[in-house]
Design a protein around this ligand. Sequence first.
Ligand SMILES: Cc1ncc(COP(=O)(O)O)c(C=O)c1O
Length: 449
Amino acid sequence: MTETMERRSCEGVLPAKRNQKGYPTEEEVPASKTKRVDPAQALAAARHEFGEHGGVNMSIEASATFTVMEPETMRRMFSGELGPDRDFFIYSRHFNPTVLNLGRQMAAMEGTEAAYCTSSGMSAIASVLLQLCSSGGHVVASRCLYGGTHALLAHFLPRACNVTTTFVDVSDLAAVRDAIRDDGSTSVLYIESISNPTLSVADVPALSAVAHERGVTVVVDNTFAPMLLSPARLGADVVVHSITKYISGGADVIAGAVCGPAKLVNSMMDLCQGSIMLLGPTMNAKVAFEISERLPHLSLRMKEHCHRALVYSTRMKKLGLKVIYPGLEDHPDHHLLKSMANPDYGYGGILCLDMETEERANRLMNLLQNAVEFGFMAVSLGYYETLMSCSGSSTSSEMSEEAKRSAGISPGLIRMSVGYSGTLEQRWGQFEKALNRLQDSPTALNTKI
Ligand SMILES: Cc1ncc(COP(=O)(O)O)c(C=O)c1O
């Protein structure tokens, strides 16, 4: 990238106050990588935008395009001389003030220099990989990933871009080290902080150290653990989110974000080389406004999701069910998660129940939804209602049988995103009732409701 290109797009994502290099001064970065900061505190310390007429909520800049007073200004904006930091906007596929503001909030929450928001989690992931990798490039990735990301890395990127991936067990640091190629073609280590759906926890500090030894950029999908884990503060370079999930919380929008160094985020917005600017998955300003209004209560929502998931998984285990939850002492990554987690959030809002066969899993979900109204059979997560799906035949169905086996996805694995509607005891009573009915007719193929 030429210096002009970098300067041209760099204006938009940075706070107004700069040091000489153009990057935020230390006090402007809400949470430096070296300090443990509560993401809720960092978010509250970020600039609050008021509405045009003094409203407590910011105004929505719903324009696709922006006018100028003088024709010369247009040329100066396109040359990069005038940018969003001085309130000059060109076109909303590039920067939009409302989306930019959400990016500032996301950067504050994750403790990164910058962030920009996208139209989906997948577009955030694809855009960052396309920005960091060139044709002939290579990625090392965890073998436990969301099915869509797995398919992007295993099938789409090799075919469309000649970018290949080696999938490894990222709990084996030596395997990660060995998978990084000596010829310098490996540019990214891609992991999920808590993996979908198997709930294994990535050792972000150790993996970042291994990757950084070899000049590899660490990208962490933190969709399962906003607030409770801060991968960038633990050493990762880039954090991606499917905002669709917990951050939205309403199961009503599809959205994503890339949080990382200002240089990377700016490069993604570059007029000539930027993956977000040129492929176009920018976020709509109305969606950005909606999400900005929900971020301030994300910490409260996460605490309740996590609390209920811990109570339910503890009780399920006592009942003899095979439950996977990193908050349980016997989960192999319990202590690792405890060592990395931000205090007082808990261990995540997702638990898995291994019912061993798809048929048993389906019967339990059928009872939970249709007999006792405990939750909904639906993919996705982070909603206020409990959502349940059998991962192997739904959100991980893109993976081959072998890939599922090596990721630890059994055919009867139910992923349960624990909601917080109703009271905890009301919901638990419903769960127990469904379980009793399942046990009363253990072999009936279609449990009658
Ligand atoms: C961990 C994870 N990352 C990314 C995505 C993709 O996000 P979106 O559906 O917002 O594109 C998902 C979707 O389920 C996910 O679970």
